[in-house]
Structure formats: structure tokens, C-alpha cells
Design a binder for this molecule. Structure first.
Ligand SMILES: O=C(O)CCC(=O)C(=O)O
Length: 280
């Protein structure tokens, strides 16, 4: 038998064992998560208030503000919107947003085990920014709608989101729409929420960044997720060195791609990718 094939069949049990270890945990289920999930499936989004406390918010703000520099390169990114990409190379302060149990509890119910994080960004909408083009985040997966979501996203309010400071807008129920229906601004409502809240929505839900008519910026952090068998938008495995990956929680390691979709998707030389961290 060729060596690689032998390798894989021998390691199959190892892969399965590790897969089990990172499976959704019963510890993450709760009545609150069940309730959030029901709202999510009905409306296409849910707002969860009071997730981050004041100290956490001020820590996040002070550590991400120095990272804000460039404004958008096109109208989608926004001429008056600062965006920071590759955040996990730059700070550890956002890790706990990406792997927050309240969010992973929803993801556990939505997707197959070992779903991935697809991208993470800081988004600061400055005064005077125009409304963003409405869109559905997982539309680049070319599977016709209506269909179940292939992605999902969070927008964490580091500043409170108000009617006029660029709050993300969402179209309730739009997750169920077919292929040809497009979101219109008159159907969108602002996700008004206090600082420390998170908006969670399906990849099929029409939404966009709001117009900032206020005189202050609107600071937010977003993480998008996808099913384990899909390509992520951001190539975390090229962005992050193994030294950085070792600093991440087991959940975040799994989310960026140190995980497999059983039986073998994501393997490295016939082995579970976590072996790379053990071997050096
Ligand atoms: O910043 C926001 O409120 C939404 C941004 C967004 O949807 C995007 O950039 O894809």
C-alpha cells in the first residue's frame, strides 16, 4: 500500500478522536442560546445585549484604536471607514470575541462541527460616511437561494449603535429570500444597541453599514464564520505564524483552520494539523 494511504488509515482514529475533542460542547448550550437561536432563525438576525462589560470595552478600545489608520479603497469598504484586517496578528484583545461561548453556542446549533472563522475585522465608520451597499455576506458561495446559510457574522458594538451614527442596518426576514430579490434601503432597520452588545446574523441576511450622520465615529469588530467544508475569506494559515497560533485558545485554533472536517479535509501530511504544533 502506498505510504500516504497507510498513513491516513492509521491516523483515521487519531483524527476522529481529536475531532470529538473539539466538537460542540454541551457546556455551551443554555436557554438563552436556544432563545437567541429561535429569534435568529425567524428574523435572520438577533441582537444580544450586555455581553461585554465596561472594563472589557475600555481594554478593547485602548488596544485597537492605535491600529486604526487606513480608510477604505472603494465604495464598499467606504471612503470614510477605517478597516483593520489581519487582526489576530496584531492583537490578542479580540480573541475572546471570536470564540465567545455565547456566539459559538449559536454556531454549534447552526453549522456542522468544526465550522471555521472566515474573517475578522475592525470597522470604524467615521462621521460623514455614506450608507454601504446592501448585501448578503455569503453570496460569494455560488449556491442559489433560497438555501440554508453557509456563513454567519457578528458585529460587536464597541461604541453604542444609534439611529444616526452608522449602526449596521438589517432587513428582517431577508434570509429566506430567493435568488432574484434584492435588498432595498426602505426595508432596512438600524440595529440600535448599547456598547457591549453583539448583532449576530445569517450569511443570507441582507444588511449593510449605516450612514454616519453624527459627529462621532462608530467603532465595531466583526467576525464572520463559515461551514467547515468551505473556503475562508481570510487566509489565517498564511497570516499567522506557528508561534502566534500557540498563543490562541483551542477553540480559536480550531476556528482558524487547525481542525478537520471529517474524515480528512484540512489534513497536513495525512495528519491532524494540531500535530504540527506538537511536533516542533
Ligand atoms: O460595519 C458594518 O456595520 C457592516 C459592514 C459590512 O457589512 C461589511 O463590510 O461587509
Amino acid at each position: 500500500m502506498p505510504r500516504k494511504i497507510a498513513n491516513l488509515s492509521v491516523l483515521d482514529s487519531d483524527l476522529a478522536a481529536r475531532h470529538k475533542a473539539l466538537r460542540p460542547s454541551a457546556e455551551r448550550s443554555s436557554p438563552e442560546i436556544d432563545r437567541d437561536f429561535d429569534t435568529l432563525m425567524r428574523d435572520g438576525y438577533v441582537i444580544i445585549e450586555g455581553v461585554l462589560d465596561r472594563d472589557t470595552l475600555s481594554d478593547i478600545r485602548s488596544r485597537i484604536t492605535p491600529l486604526l489608520d487606513k480608510t477604505g479603497r472603494n465604495t464598499f469598504e467606504g471612503a470614510r471607514t477605517q478597516r483593520v484586517y489581519d487582526v489576530f496578528s496584531k492583537t490578542r484583545v479580540l480573541d475572546h470575541l471570536a470564540d465567545h461561548p455565547r456566539i459559538l453556542g449559536l454556531m454549534d446549533k447552526l453549522f456542522l462541527p468544526n465550522y471555521l472563522i472566515s474573517q475578522a475585522q475592525i470597522i470604524n465608520i467615521l462621521p460623514g460616511e455614506a450608507p454601504q451597499l446592501l448585501h448578503a455576506d455569503d453570496s460569494f458561495y455560488k449556491v442559489p437561494r433560497p438555501r440554508p446559510p453557509l456563513g454567519a457574522a457578528t458585529i460587536w458594538a464597541i461604541d453604542g449603535f444609534t439611529e444616526d451614527n452608522g449602526a449596521t442596518v438589517v432587513i428582517p426576514g431577508s434570509h429566506a429570500w430567493g435568488q432574484d430579490r434584492r435588498g432595498r434601503w426602505e426595508d432596512a432597520i438600524p440595529a440600535v444597541m448599547p456598547a457591549g452588545s453583539v448583532l449576530f446574523f445569517l450569511g443570507t441576511t441582507w444588511h449593510g453599514g449605516g450612514e454616519n450622520r453624527s459627529d462621532k465615529p462608530r467603532l465595531a469588530v466583526t467576525c464572520q464564520y463559515c461551514e467547515a467544508y468551505l473556503r475562508q475569506q481570510e487566509n489565517f494559515l498564511l497570516e499567522l505564524s506557528r508561534e502566534v497560533v500557540r498563543e490562541l485558545s483551542p477553540e480559536l485554533r480550531s476556528l482558524i483552520g487547525y481542525s478537520i472536517m471529517p474524515p480528512f479535509m484540512g489534513m497536513v501530511d495525512g495528519k491532524h494539523p494540531l500535530r504540527l504544533l506538537e511536533e516542533e
